[in-house]
Design a protein around this ligand. Structure first.
Ligand code: HEM
Length: 427
């Protein structure tokens, strides 16, 4: 980013979530409009156009369901869905305020509901609620990956449901979480884990690099968000899944002490971008000055093991499966976390990595297994992603989920298709 850019006197009005669209809120919204608002030139607004605007605070609530029949599960889902929409629709409370306390018109609340595989099939293979025939094809238990913390067992972290809450006020998130945890929404919901995170407007996280320079956006021509995130009728999925999205959630610890022992240049070579400006170490496209153009020489300024190159090598043409590298992108909505000090006296900090996509297998798993943690990609013996090689990051939690499409009308509820006998295209 050009740090010499003049400071604008104008202030952008934050985009609001769109309650009532075909997709669940909090996946690709709030989203900045593609047109520059009045007073902003094309260039000044370029960084925002068609991008998701993260809210200030995050809560990730993992929940098991103690329902004893399909009919009960149906009630639970209806109650949960109604609660989510009520929370998104109601404005900020003005109770108990002093005369001059200002409250914004909206805390931009989104409540996104995802279903885990265990809702469909229990660990011992039981069809718990008679809905296993509706299970989204790509939904599975999250496996272990290279770089997972030694004590992390993904099975013990899975849950029937996930509720991702994002808003601009920490208390709003806590109030919603409390209603879920204390049975006010439905007594059959049993909250098993609550995680919290926050975002910074400059998108820097604890490695002090800007995380979110390259991310999908809905520019007029490409509509990347719509194309890469939502299941469509060409996906090999049950028809009810159309308009839904997969969520990969990984809680990733960062060893900041180890990171800070690296020299700035080593850190930049591990990420593939300059720390101060976010510019790539390699040449960049003229269009935005931030998208790298990699060369294949041994002395390439961006090592092949740099994080951004390992997770998106940006090769031209198609791979051996007939797919372009860029087709494997997904939307990242990362939120840093800080939760005190661990047994070794190190700050426990890291990133809640939340990624939404059309297919876990085509996107996330391909990127991680075949590129990022494959020591022989793109050439034999190259090594794995430098963030893992230096043991800076390790995954300590998470799970795979499927976020169904939004409800179709107020009388409908999220995941209602699970309880219909007839298969039906949604939306
Ligand atoms: C704590 C863990 C992580 C940190 C601190 C981190 C940090 C970063 C940073 C600083 C960038 C460069 C800025 C940008 O282009 O947005 C980046 C890009 C990216 N990261 Fe990560 N990341 C982490 C985990 C992951 C994981 C687990 C994945 C999954 C494969 C991932 C996928 C990506 C992708 C796809 C890009 C964009 C690459 C491109 O298109 O050029 N990151 N990350």
């Amino acid at each position: 980013m050009d740090s010499s850019k003049k400071t604008l006197d104008l202030k952008l009005t934050l985009p609001l979530p769109v309650v009532g669209g075909p997709y669940q809120n909090g996946i690709t919204d709030p989203q900045w409009p593609t047109d520059s608002p009045e007073g902003f030139s094309h260039d000044d607004y370029q960084d925002y156009r068609g991008r998701v605007s993260r809210q200030n605070v995050l809560a990730v609530v993992q929940i098991d369901v103690n329902a004893s029949s399909r009919a009960e599960l149906c009630e639970v889902m209806r109650n949960l869905s109604n609660f989510a929409y009520d929370e998104m629709e109601k404005g900020p409370s003005r109770n108990n305020l002093r005369e001059l306390d200002g409250v914004p018109d909206s805390y931009r609340v989104t409540v996104t509901i995802g279903l885990g595989e265990s809702l469909f099939v229990s660990a011992d293979g039981q069809d718990r609620f008679g809905i296993s025939w509706k299970k989204p094809t790509g939904l599975s238990r999250m496996p272990r990956f290279v770089g997972d913390a030694s004590g992390f067992d993904p099975e013990s972290h899975e849950s029937d449901l996930i509720v991702v809450i994002a808003s601009d006020h920490p208390y709003v998130n806590i109030a919603i979480t409390r209603s879920l945890a204390h049975g006010y929404v439905d007594k059959r919901l049993s909250v098993v884990r609550v995680e919290q995170g926050f975002s910074r407007p400059d998108k820097r996280e604890f490695l002090r690099f800007d995380d979110g320079i390259e991310n999908l956006r809905n520019l007029d021509q490409t509509k990347e968000l719509d194309r890469h995130i939502y299941v469509d009728k060409h996906s090999e999925e049950p028809p009810w899944c159309v308009g839904g999205s997969y969520l990969v959630y990984r809680k990733i610890r960062e060893d900041v002490r180890k990171w800070e022992q690296l020299k700035e240049q080593q850190q930049e070579r591990a990420i593939g971008r300059k720390k101060a400006t976010g510019e790539p170490l390699s040449a960049a496209t003229e269009e935005d000055g931030l998208t790298p153009i990699y060369d294949h020489s041994e002395n390439s300024p961006t090592p092949h093991t740099a994080h951004i190159r390992k997770v998106q090598p940006r090769r031209t043409g198609q791979d051996f499966m007939g797919h372009e590298d860029l087709s494997r992108r997904f939307l990242r909505r990362p939120y840093p976390f800080a939760e005190g000090i661990d047994a070794n006296g190190n700050l426990s900090v890291g990133l809640h990595f939340l990624a939404f996509m059309k297919s876990i297998q085509h996107q996330f798993e391909w990127v991680v297994r075949l590129w990022q943690t494959n020591p022989d990609f793109p050439e034999p013996g190259i090594g794995i992603d430098a963030l893992y090689a230096h043991e800076i990051i390790s995954t300590v939690g998470g799970g795979y989920y499927f976020c169904p499409p939004a409800r179709r009308e107020p009388a409908d509820f999220i995941a209602s298709a699970l309880f219909q006998e007839k298969e039906d295209y949604h939306g």
